[in-house]
Design a protein around this ligand. Structure first.
Ligand code: ATP
Length: 197
């Protein structure tokens, strides 16, 4: 019997505090132009060893991601890391995902900023050997000659949309109306619950 090809699934991990249009437009581009069939937004839970006062509750951040991805069938909000021992290193999360979803080929989505520091991550060789990596440009981090990249690593020249959650949180605290930087449903949740004030 012919085997079905694995579903090319991008993994976009982050605290998403909150998820913004920069995250969404990037993932949207990778689906429509970057060869990915789906992108999963992997919400990183609180690290019990790192106190961060500005970080909202895990389920609230997940709720905003769920609201943002509803309606676009290529996106999924994932709480996969909520069930793993914390903090979960990328290699561990990727291995677990591959074990749980053998019908999928996972592509770790990372910015050029993180790619530059990738050799300092835990088990970088194993990540590259066992999984795929998709690198996208970030302002101020020129990408090396793509011909010199190891197999399993590829670059997609996505447009730069330099919005950050830090900017959003600060703006909201200052009373700015930043609705066009956020998915309308995310904006609504933030307003309704008075988040980041
Ligand atoms: P913060 O300002 O709180 O640090 P952030 O906006 O960088 O947050 P994260 O939740 O950390 O958001 O983002 C998840 C991942 O997306 C990170 O790897 C981050 O580098 C990347 N990222 C954040 N903003 C953008 C953007 N505008 N375009 C592309 N990638 C982004």
């Amino acid at each position: 019997m012919e085997e079905k090809p694995q579903i090319k699934t991008g993994l976009f991990g982050g605290s998403f505090n909150p998820i913004h249009t920069g995250h969404l437009a990037l993932a949207n581009y990778l689906c429509e132009y970057g060869g990915l069939e789906e992108v999963w937004f992997l919400v990183t839970p609180q690290n019990p060893f790192k106190q961060n006062e500005t970080l909202l509750d895990d389920h609230l951040r997940l709720k905003m991601v769920e609201a943002a991805v509803a309606g676009y069938p290529r996106f999924r909000a994932s709480d996969f890391e909520f069930q793993l021992p914390r903090p979960s290193y990328t290699i561990h999360t990727l291995d677990k995902l591959a074990e749980c979803y053998p019908d999928r080929e996972f592509h770790l989505i990372i910015g050029a900023d993180n790619w530059q520091a990738f050799d300092r991550w835990r088990s970088p060789e194993e990540i590259i050997r066992r999984h795929h990596i998709l690198v996208y440009p970030r302002q101020g981090y020129p990408l090396e000659d793509t011909a010199s990249l190891p197999p399993h690593v590829r670059v997609v020249q996505t447009p730069l949309i330099e919005i950050s959650s830090t900017f959003i949180r600060k703006g909201i605290r200052e009373g700015k109306d930043l609705r066009y930087f956020l998915h309308p449903e995310v904006f609504r949740i933030i307003q309704e619950k008075g988040l980041y004030r």
